[in-house]
Design a protein around this ligand. Structure first.
Ligand code: FAD
Length: 298
């Protein structure tokens, strides 16, 4: 799987902080994008205060757009359950499967016998699909023989609230299946690197419930926390934070319009991010502050 963070709201944390200012200040929030008043308001405190008070809807003013490429239809079925988002997925009606690619689950990859069964089945499906197409069956009907494993591409746009409180918190948890856990973890690395204009407050306290709140995991209600599971979750989050910190410096130096590439193949041998090959993050232009005269003209 390849993940591309191709677009996002510039100055995401400031954008959310300015929205918070709108709600609590008698003044116009346009002051905050005016050169004249720069530094007048402590935007970082404004954002932190709003989030601490649970005023999290301000996070809906900034969004991020990711392309998820060469993933599979099982994963995208899980992804689109996160409803407060926009999705566009490669159509199997209009785009023929051709020689279709597919995802190989880790457990099957490792087991020789399972591997042979899996690849043989994929090959049989390929041949059935081709035969149906040759018989004149429309792509939209022939696709019914295609497996969950079939490669697909999907573009997803989510606001920071949905990313933070739904996708990342639920899917980085060990209860989520590994491919979507890997996808969410790597997307979070992209989010952390790009949502940092006020120090990265938004994605500071993030991850599965067990790491954020002093409560039992939902899946082991009324029991003590499963310490080995929590340990693995903590290790994963530590790795996510470390990679984000490491590449944040490279990203700062990157020219506008260029992409930062993070290769995950090195982590595969440690069993981490197995389903993700690489992440690309585009450096987008940050808007300049306005001058007072521009407002006078308006
Ligand atoms: C580990 C795991 C296992 C899962 N297993 C299954 C399964 O076996 N079968 C299955 O069907 N699904 C399963 N799911 C999917 C799960 O049920 C949710 O659909 C998915 O996690 C999205 O969560 P959500 O609905 O809270 O989030 P979103 O759709 O992203 O919504 C975000 C939040 O907005 C609010 N919201 C959104 N829509 C509404 C609404 N209509 N009414 C009120 N509030 C709303 C809620 O507060 C919600 O938490 C699983 C998810 C996980 C993480």
């Amino acid at each position: 799987m390849r993940i591309i963070l191709k677009n996002y709201t510039p100055e995401p944390e400031k954008t959310c902080a300015r929205a918070a200012y709108e709600s609590v200040s008698p003044g116009d929030s346009s002051r905050l994008i005016n050169e004249e008043f720069e530094g007048e308001i402590d935007l970082k405190a404004m954002l932190k205060g709003a989030l601490d008070r649970g005023h999290v809807s301000i996070l809906e003013h900034a969004s991020q757009t990711f392309d998820i490429e060469r993933t599979d239809r099982s994963l995208t079925h899980q992804l689109v359950r996160h409803r407060l988002a926009s999705y566009t997925q490669k159509s199997q009606r209009w785009v023929g499967a051709g020689q279709f690619g597919y995802v190989m689950p880790k457990s099957i990859e490792k087991d020789e016998k399972a591997n042979t069964i899996y690849k043989g089945t994929m090959s049989d499906i390929q041949s059935a699909y081709e035969k149906l197409i040759k018989l004149g069956i429309p792509q939209e009907d022939a696709r019914y023989v295609l497996p969950n494993a079939t490669h697909t591409n999907i573009t997803v746009t989510m606001n920071l609230r949905e990313l933070r409180d739904s996708l990342y918190n639920l899917r980085i948890c060990n209860n989520a299946q590994e491919p979507i856990r890997d996808m969410a973890s790597v997307m979070l690395i992209g989010s952390k690197i790009t949502v940092s204009d006020l120090g990265g407050i938004v994605f500071d306290n993030i991850g599965p419930d067990c790491l954020r709140k002093d409560k039992n995991c939902m899946d082991i209600l009324n029991k003590k926390k499963d310490s080995s599971c929590i340990k693995r979750a903590a290790e994963r989050m530590e790795k996510v934070n470390k990679i984000a910190d490491e590449y944040a410096k490279d990203f700062i130096e990157l020219g506008e319009g260029k992409y930062l590439k993070i290769d995950f193949s090195d982590y595969h041998k440690d069993g981490l991010f197995y389903y993700v090959d690489d992440l690309f993050i585009k450096k987008i232009a940050q808007p300049p502050l306005h001058k007072l005269e521009e407002f006078v003209k308006l």
